[in-house]
Design a protein around this ligand. Sequence first.
Ligand code: ACO
Length: 325
Amino acid sequence: MNIIRSVIKGCGSYLPEKILHNEELAKSVDTSDEWIVERTGIRQRHIAAEGEKTSDLAMRAAEKALLAAGLGIDDIDMIVLATATPDETFPATATAVQAGLGMYHGAAFDVQAVCSGFIYAMTVADNFIRCGQAKRIIVIGAETFSRILDWTDRATCVLFGDGAGAVILEAQEGKGDNTDRGILTTHLHSDGRHHDLLYVDGGPSSTKTVGHLRMRGREVFRHAVVNLAAVVHESLDKLGLEASDIDWIVPHQANRRIIEGTGRKLGLGTDKIIITVDRHANTSAASVPLALAAGVEDGRIKKGDLVLMEAMGGGFTWGACLARW
Ligand code: ACO
């Protein structure tokens, strides 16, 4: 039976020019390169310039994705942007990207699921495409987490960075089996009881301020390994696939130990995982599309590969998206 699939036509990414190495960070907060590398695998992160907004990063990534897909903005009918660091409380940052790209038709909106945002945005976009309401969608993950960090809190400020990644999804006919190109299955979860483990202590309707990120890292870590392994198995089971069928895991890049731990649980080594956390740190919703773009640009991810994207973040939220490239 022929069905509609959301095929990934192209991807792109953008990182701010400024790079902040661990050694430099250790001059302003009580930490060290050794501690950060050993506990997280992070060596550096990119930081947006003064005045450089989430929409600016998002737009650069989207332009590159359009170029990679060989498409123009008139070919697109929707923009779905995942971010927890919008330019403003409203309107949606996606509308700033829409205007910046010269798109005066269709619809643009934001999705908020923190570090899982890109998986949520892919799921939303895939559903719009499969039900026939959109033919081509730009899905973006973009963040300026440097703006919401407490730069005096060594337990959090060393972990995050800024950046953006984007993909173009296009409706194409598939046979309806696992050999189809495009998104094969998506799975989303959330559990609001864990708010206090990872949140921002501000907001328009509570403190009327932007606030700073607060996290109980050890507890988050524990939940992450369990939840991520579970949602990966859920995705594979849905399609009757084995972990060994996966060509590439493209995980959320929070901590090298979480990434390797999830891989181990699946019996997959680091030769099957795209890892960028050393260079990008945790860029929240941008981390999966940034890693995707890295894997595609260096030739590792190829047409026909089975690619598993997964993420977990504040809320808690977590999810997975299994796609054939
Ligand atoms: N430099 C030096 N020492 C530090 C630093 C730092 N930057 N930060 C914390 N420490 C100290 C602590 O104070 C503590 O000292 P103590 O033993 O004297 O009390 C010690 O290091 C150990 O602290 P822990 O928090 O237990 O260290 P842990 O090994 O758990 O690593 C980390 C902390 C890296 C935050 C880890 O728990 C983690 O990565 N958690 C996941 C959090 C995350 O990635 N969240 C993002 C979103 S959710 C997600 O993406 C999965």
